[in-house]
Ligand binder design. Structure first.
Ligand code: GAR
Length: 211
């Protein structure tokens, strides 16, 4: 059974999707053993507590920069014996020391079809504002491994979502979460925990086991 550590900063609806999937028995060979928040006020912490999941707060406000923050985060992850680290609305760019220590063991959910609307400065609602500004007809979500390039790691799963007339960033964000993020994140976590993901070069391959 793999120890899944979920890193959060905000509302935690993706964490909730993982908890719900776990409670439905859909996360095979893995268990959420700890939720770590960079923000002491994050509602994600309450969600974890409601389901009896251990929480830790490592407040970003107490650190001068991401590099020093990541050093303490790394210690915490080692103490928690993390097998898989899931960034579920975690709004801090991790320093390379952590990424190297957990190569191909960190996954992130991003609210667009990478390589569109991603990279530095593209996070949360802002991603949807940019998609609407551009006038694309399709957007979606991506789950990918984390490497040293922001939103640049091997893509595990993607799901497209249609943009509709009259969409606001908030309406679009909700649709992308409901139709894409909350589905593909638990799927990717379960595939990882079953050792069904292989990374070769910049690509991630899924073992479909005859599915
Ligand atoms: C989600 O839409 C997630 O994809 C996005 O922030 C939101 C967090 O919501 N993450 C990023 O933009 C990372 N680049 P949540 O706290 O309700 O899961």
């Amino acid at each position: 059974m793999k120890n899944i550590i979920v890193l959060v900063s905000g509302g935690g609806t993706n964490l909730q999707a993982l908890i719900d999937a776990q409670e439905r028995g859909e996360i095979q060979n893995g268990k959420i053993t700890c939720v770590i928040s960079s923000n002491p006020e994050a509602y994600a912490l309450t969600r974890a507590e409601h389901h009896g999941i251990k929480t830790q707060v490592l407040s970003r406000k107490n650190y001068q920069n991401n590099q020093i923050y990541t050093q303490d985060l790394l210690k915490l992850l080692e103490a928690e014996q993390a097998d898989l680290i899931v960034l579920a609305g975690f709004m801090i760019i991790l320093d390379k020391a952590l990424i190297q220590a957990y190569e191909n063991k960190i996954i992130n959910v991003h609210p667009s079809l990478i390589p569109s609307f991603c990279g530095d400065g593209f996070y949360g609602l802002h991603v949807h504002e940019k998609a609407l500004e551009k006038g694309v007809k399709l957007t979606g979500a991506t789950v990918h491994f984390v490497n040293e390039i922001c939103d640049g790691g091997a893509i595990i799963l993607q799901k497209a979502v249609e943009i509709q007339n009259g969409d606001t960033p908030e309406i679009l964000q909700k649709r992308v979460m409901e139709q894409a993020e909350w589905k593909i994140l638990p799927q990717a976590v379960s595939l990882f925990c079953q050792d069904r993901l292989t990374v070769i070069g910049s690509h991630a391959y899924i073992d479909y086991k005859g599915e």
